[in-house]
Design a protein around this ligand. Structure first.
Ligand SMILES: [Zn+2]
Ligand SMILES: [Zn+2]
Length: 188
């Protein structure tokens, strides 16, 4: 949905603060298991990339109401369009943190949640910079912009990964531009 600047950028304040609090809690509650806490954080951070792919491919492009909202972003890419922080927070807590805490306990579940939150923040930052920042040819951001532009303008059945393309390679939905004729090609 369309967001005010304050609402759009709230992610950038709320999620780092929550991640610091959760990690401080995890280290405080279980200082001797600091390595397990760090591993849980990294697993949470990396897990986000998979959730990002699944959400974009199956939720944003297929689920009633949500797909209409996402279509507005496809039509108006410069608008501050996104998920309000309170809503993404509820989704993360209910669908990811709840099962993680149930399965791994409060300490490791908290560290996993902190990693997931920073992964989500990385996605939000990547998507914002893709649509709003200029990038030097050959840079990491330039390649992200190219990948995402193909999703927007050529084939919205591919390049679902925004912050990283690894799951598009795994699930064969990666779209690339052929060097010989500059025509996009790839999975459809
Ligand atoms: Zn986009
Ligand atoms: Zn899309």
């Amino acid at each position: 949905m369309y967001l005010s600047p304050a609402s759009f950028f709230a992610d950038f304040y709320v999620y780092p603060a929550l991640a610091v609090i959760l990690m401080a809690f995890a280290f405080y509650r279980s200082p001797t298991h600091w390595l397990a806490v760090l591993v849980a954080f990294v697993i949470g951070f990396c897990s986000w990339t998979f959730i990002e792919y699944i959400m974009h491919r199956y939720v944003l492009h297929h689920l009633t109401y949500i797909k209409d909202q996402h279509a507005k972003h496809h039509d108006d890419q410069k608008a501050l369009f996104g998920t309000p922080t309170w809503l993404s927070l509820v989704v993360i807590l209910v669908l990811a943190s709840g099962p993680a805490v149930t399965y791994a306990g409060l300490v490791l579940g908290s560290a996993f949640t902190a990693g997931l939150m920073l992964g989500y923040l990385g996605y939000t930052l990547a998507h914002y910079s893709i649509h709003h920042w200029n990038a030097r040819p050959g840079s990491f951001l330039f390649r992200l912009k190219q990948r995402h532009a193909l999703h927007h303008h050529y084939n919205d059945l591919g390049n679902f990964g925004v912050s990283i393309g690894i799951w598009d390679y795994v699930f064969r939905t990666n779209i690339v531009v052929r060097r010989d004729d500059s025509h996009p090609a790839g999975a459809h």
